[in-house]
Design a protein around this ligand. Structure first.
Ligand SMILES: Nc1ncnc2c1ncn2[C@@H]1O[C@H](COP(=O)(O)OP(=O)(O)OP(=O)(O)O)[C@@H](O)[C@H]1O
Ligand code: SF4
Ligand SMILES: [Mg+2]
Length: 329
């Protein structure tokens, strides 16, 4: 089909009062991304750059103090019809869109399982609410279903706290995929797990993606995870998307100086030189710098970078970058 999820000129952030002053945190600043069907699309960037906020907006989970000031999120159901995630009523979003068309694995999701409900109750609730089947049938479906996530049937009778972190995360992923949504938004699904468990969980996510041929949007601050599992990648810096491309191309030849710094900081097998991280820290999004938001940390910053924001341009097919180094003036 082509484009499945389209993020169009989205501006959103957190608006609240502190010490009698109105504050706005500019967390997602004019972001546009087109995401195809049947891909694992990564979103990378340092802590605080707006990854989770962008995912919440994609899901239409807009709860105060988060506000969307502008933009659209569209899930295409065919070439010319789409669900307008931010404009439909919240009732429709809950009953027709969430779980069925798009699901969301929030950051630290394993803590969101209801601690006083058994795992089976979580499955039964989703199935009986959305699929009009009775409790017994729902339980039968859940029993067969969990095994394909590397979980034994006995987890259904457990409470969340009785499971290991890896098992809880498998449960959360299984719940997100239960109604076979076209889009799964996964926010740092493995960052709380140790490396070995992390691999197993990522593998499940990948196997299921290739089985269901749906689209997974995977947020991770870990470029190693993106190199391992994503097909396409958007790199965010301080609320902006600065580069988009095929993951392979980005790792082979990063264009944006920030992307380059992220990749350079990854350890390489056999290389004993000390990897230095990027100097400085990301800006305060209550008052971001003018021009290119990366300019205070960029070794290539020019005069124009401090004054004018670089537009996002497609410099090759499917390669987008927002940096004055690539724009003839
Ligand atoms: N509830 C909130 N109220 C006010 N500001 C918030 C809130 N949640 C997030 N922010 C701010 O919005 C910006 C983006 O945060 P966000 O959580 O989207 O970043 P992130 O890229 O997901 O970070 P991490 O990698 O640490 O999860 C940050 O400056 C953060 O401090
Ligand atoms: S626009 Fe300028 S400051 Fe920003 S990344 Fe490019 S060269 Fe660096
Ligand atoms: Mg986050």
């Amino acid at each position: 089909m082509g484009v499945l999820l389209s993020v169009e000129n989205v501006v959103g952030g957190y608006e609240f009062e502190s010490l009698g002053k109105k504050i706005y945190v500019d967390a997602v600043s004019n972001v546009s991304i087109s995401i195809d069907d049947n891909v694992v699309f990564g979103i990378a960037g340092e802590s605080g750059c707006g990854k989770s906020t962008l995912l919440k907006i994609m899901y239409g989970y807009i709860i105060s103090p988060l506000k969307v000031l502008r933009g659209n999120i569209k899930i295409f159901t065919s070439n010319d019809s789409y669900i307008d995630v931010l404009s439909i009523s919240s009732e429709l979003r809950r009953s027709r869109v969430w779980w069925k068309e798009i699901s969301w694995i929030p950051q630290n999701a394993m803590n969101v399982l209801n601690p006083v409900e058994k795992i089976k109750d979580h499955f039964v609730e989703i199935l009986t609410t959305h699929e009009r089947i009775d409790k017994d049938d729902a339980l039968k479906i859940a029993t067969e279903y969990v095994e394909s996530f590397g979980l034994s049937k006995s987890v259904l009778d457990a409470y969340p706290h009785q499971l290991s972190g890896g098992m809880r995360q498998r449960v959360v992923i299984a719940l997100a995929l239960l109604l076979k949504p076209k889009v799964v938004l996964a926010d740092e699904p493995t960052s709380a797990l140790d490396v070995v468990v992390q691999r197993g969980v990522l593998q499940i996510l990948l196997n299921k993606q290739s089985e269901l041929k749906n689209t997974v949007v995977l947020v991770s601050h870990d470029m190693g995870v993106h190199a391992m599992v994503t097909n396409k990648l958007a790199v965010m810096y301080a609320g902006k998307v600065v580069e988009i491309g095929r993951t392979e191309d980005i790792f082979e030849k990063p264009l944006h100086p920030y992307t380059k710094a992220l990749i350079d900081s990854l350890p390489r097998i056999g290389d004993k030189t000390l990897r230095t991280g990027l100097a400085g820290s990301p800006p305060d999004l209550r008052n971001p710098p003018p021009g290119c938001r990366f300019h205070p940390r960029c070794p290539f910053a020019m005069d124009i970078c401090r004054k004018e924001e670089p537009p996002m341009i497609e410099i090759e097919k499917n390669r987008f970058v927002s940096c004055w180094l690539y724009i003839r003036r």
